[in-house]
Ligand binder design. Sequence first.
Ligand code: SF4
Ligand code: SF4
Length: 378
Amino acid sequence: VTAQTIAASYATVPAESLRAYARTARTSPFLSAAPANIRLVQTTAIGGIDIQKILTAFAHGAEGVMVAWTGRATVTNKQRLLVLRELLNFVGCERERLAIVTGAPDETTEFAFSEQVRRLGAWDFAAQPVFGLNEALPGHGVSAHASTAASRALQNVAVELLRSGRVNGVLAWGQAAREIQPTIARTAEQARRLFAGGRGYPNLATLLETVAEENVAVVVRPAELACIDALREEGIHLPEHLFLIGQGVPKDRCDIVLPEPVAMPGVLGSEELAAIERWPLEDRASFWSAQFAQCVQCDGCRSACPFQCYTNCLGDALAPHNGHAATAKQTACAHLACAARLAGHCVECESCSGACPQAVPLYLLHQKANQVLATLTR
Ligand code: SF4
Ligand code: SF4
């Protein structure tokens, strides 16, 4: 067991004091029994403690991370750390591996933490992963289907909108050569190939930026509607006058409603979440290690997300094209970084999971992150 810990922060401690502290910590007789491989990471403030730093430590073999600060933590920063701790637990890693300490930790605190991590042993994420559990979960892989009547209604609406000149394009699902894909119908003939339904991904709202200067209509399911709201709130440039064709959304939120609501994946998501939460920690670790062992780091999930997370993330650092063959644990850390950062932003549209060629149920991580954040802000 490598009981490696990183004590991050010491926000208000000047660099010289920190160096002195580190020197003392190395030579203190009290700490002589503690592991020598405690690594201090100084940051400028609690805001400087990016959760990515914590997850990078885990990804590279740390078995525990202590975050400590002496100044005042903003609610948001502390909440994100707490979200991360619950996410770690959700994927089968003991909460105790991430210690969150207010006030400069003294030798006793550090020693106790080191001992605690030593007792927990290695975070053995890849031990005997069990494949196929996700297929047993309720609702996994539910796709949306629509009746011919709903598709015909959509086609009629689209033809009418295009003929009247009210819009110059209708963004919806369309029948391509062999499959249903997002499409923009520009002519009545193209509108006749539209399809009310299609899979839950990608979220059509992700494509609106590409037609930001146009006058278009878009089919919106609850996920698209939530996304449009969130993207506008974040100041993303979307078409100013959008004609909203609703499916399963309140009448007062769109310009016209199609006759039949479409079942969205995600309706059963909370059942899956609850089912996983009832599993013992080892089963959760086994389930998630199997999921992440399948990840081929294609980046499909990130590209499909309307919020697209960020660049220069842990996922990039661990990507195969950067010379890494990431382990399941490292892959988990990259996805956990995404989930913790998107907590409160994710609209649970499930596009990330839908786009995944390996069917990794990432949306469960995002739902969990949202759920924890909602509890903390209640
Ligand atoms: S992270 Fe959330 S918003 Fe992004 S694709 Fe996944 S479910 Fe949708
Ligand atoms: S889409 Fe799936 S396989 Fe690709 S990076 Fe995301 S989780 Fe991994």
